[in-house]
Design a protein around this ligand. Structure first.
Ligand SMILES: CC(C)(COP(=O)(O)OP(=O)(O)OC[C@H]1O[C@@H](n2cnc3c(N)ncnc32)[C@H](O)[C@@H]1OP(=O)(O)O)[C@@H](O)C(=O)NCCC(=O)NCCS
Length: 187
């Protein structure tokens, strides 16, 4: 299941993407606020090969390689994870190579994921968490229409310390409860 927007194409990962992914997964600036990394090449390769074997969809999660339309190079990754089918609740996340920051591409991706979750997937509540100091990500989530709901204390154990997270969410304005929740729609 590929997704496209004005400037972006979100596609399945391929094993050959490991080099592109490693460029950002190994960058300390990129992983400063993530709960993983920096990754070494072997770790990146293992993860990319596993994602390539799995395809976009698997185990209630959708994982995409983000590319600029017309170029094949991977500039980031994006994910939607179905947290509860019964309650039509999903979480999303994204990470981008430093060289493409500040061009609105994360915002474009977040909007695309939001529209896909609410539209094709029938999600009702979409949420994301981010590090309290991650001002750029806070801004992206706000621009994608999510609202701050609160601070999750000691939410993550990262690099030998507890870490708070901010919780952002948006609720579908669609006809809740009427449409069957079908995450395989739109494939
Ligand atoms: C967070 C991240 C995805 C943002 O990507 P991006 O492509 O630069 O985002 P956009 O260009 O769409 O928007 C960034 C917004 O943040 C703002 N911003 C950037 N740095 C900022 C800072 N230090 N303080 C305040 N605002 C900041 C930009 O001005 C822009 O807002 P604007 O359009 O109102 O001017 C990117 O920095 C990244 O991949 N970081 C590492 C991984 C990560 O933190 N992922 C998110 C985990 S929750």
């Amino acid at each position: 299941m590929r997704l496209s927007s004005e400037r972006l194409m979100l596609r399945e990962f391929r094993a050959a993407d490991a080099r592109d992914v490693h460029a950002y997964a190994s960058d300390p600036e990129v992983v400063r606020y993530t709960d993983w990394g920096p990754s070494n090449l072997a770790q990146t390769q293992e993860r990319v090969v596993a994602k390539a074997a799995r395809g976009v969809e698997g185990d209630d999660a959708y994982s995409w390689a983000v590319t600029i339309r017309g170029e094949d190079r991977v500039i980031g990754s994006a994910e939607v994870r179905i947290a509860s089918r019964d309650h039509r609740r999903a979480e999303f996340g994204y990470v981008f190579a430093r060289e493409v920051w500040g061009r609105g591409l994360a915002t474009e991706t977040a909007l695309l994921l939001r529209d896909t979750a609410f539209g094709s997937f029938g999600v009702h509540r979409l949420y994301a968490t981010c590090h309290p100091d991650n001002a750029a990500s806070v801004r992206v989530l706000e621009k994608a229409g999510l609202q701050l709901e609160g601070r999750l204390r000691d939410h993550l154990w990262v690099r030998d310390a507890w870490r708070d997270s901010l919780l952002f969410a948006a609720v579908s304005s669609g006809p809740s409860g009427i449409r069957a929740f079908d995450v395989s729609a739109g494939q």
